[in-house]
Design a protein around this ligand. Structure first.
Ligand code: PGA
Length: 256
């Protein structure tokens, strides 16, 4: 699989702002076909973005996939405020970010819930990006690899045979939105560990699982990070909010 560069917009951009963004962004990236590009707008903008991407596809400018930032695991029912996999597939959403550190730490999502979502996404043909990563305290206590191992083993329980349909994002919590990215060496250490772990879990059948790095990725540090073996793309927050900056991150990846 080629590189994936995904933009996580978090709770940013109205429908109008999403459409303005795509107006600039889609023509700019239409020829950048060597890298897979995904944007994850908030739920309220997914429908408009989907229609816009559909129109762009017909004009030959389609090179951007749609992702959701979260999902509940049931198809429908009394789950106030939640969004189901069927609601996403109807909009041709191809990816879903699951277990993001903000979901874990602000909204209290635990491995067991995230695992149910991962299973449901795979069952519905939506490719999950399972996010894992340690807090600064866990890193300082030397627990980085054990935390990541626990999140991955628990998050992937029951879908060990389906790893070809899943990507992982390593996002150290201390690097998210702080402007302090992991060094290439720090990223590499964890990515290498994740690669061997998913190799073991999948019994060698992991060749399509990408390991993305996330945490203060921008147009200045993207190249040195993507050069590392086992870094198969990025999950970009802040720098993905500006179409020009996101475009630059993507072109840095293409330089490698
Ligand atoms: P950031 O966010 O690029 O702003 O650090 C990354 C993420 O949370 O996915």
């Amino acid at each position: 699989m080629g590189y994936l560069v995904a933009g996580n917009w978090k709770m940013n951009k109205t429908v109008g702002e999403t459409l303005e963004y795509l107006e600039l962004f889609l023509p700019a990236v239409k020829d950048l076909t060597k890298v897979e590009i995904m944007i994850a707008p908030p739920f309220t903008a997914l429908s408009s973005a989907s229609i816009k991407l559909d129109a762009a596809r017909r004009e030959g400018e389609y090179n951007v996939k749609l992702g959701a930032q979260n999902m509940y695991y049931e198809e429908k029912g009394a789950f106030t405020g939640e969004i189901s996999p069927l609601m996403l597939t109807e909009l041709e959403v191809e990816y879903v970010i699951l277990g993001h550190s903000e979901r874990r730490h602000i909204f209290g999502e635990r491995d067991s819930l995230i695992n149910k979502k991962v299973i449901s996404a795979v069952e519905h043909g939506i490719r999950p990006i399972l996010c894992v990563g340690e807090t600064i305290e866990e890193r300082e206590q030397g627990r980085t690899l054990s935390v990541v191992e626990r999140q991955i083993r628990n998050g992937l329980a029951g879908v060990e045979r389906d790893l070809v349909y899943i990507d992982i994002a390593y996002e150290p919590v201390w690097a998210i939105g702080t402007g302090v990215n992991a060094t290439p060496e720090q990223a590499q250490e964890v990515h290498r560990f994740i690669r061997s772990l998913i190799n073991e879990i999948s019994k060698g059948n992991d060749h399509k699982t990408r390991i993305l790095y996330g945490g203060s990725v921008n147009e200045k540090n993207a190249r040195e990070l993507i050069r590392e073996p086992n870094v198969d793309g990025f999950l970009v927050g802040t720098a993905s909010l500006d179409p020009e900056r996101f475009y630059k991150v993507i072109t840095e990846v293409l330089e490698v």
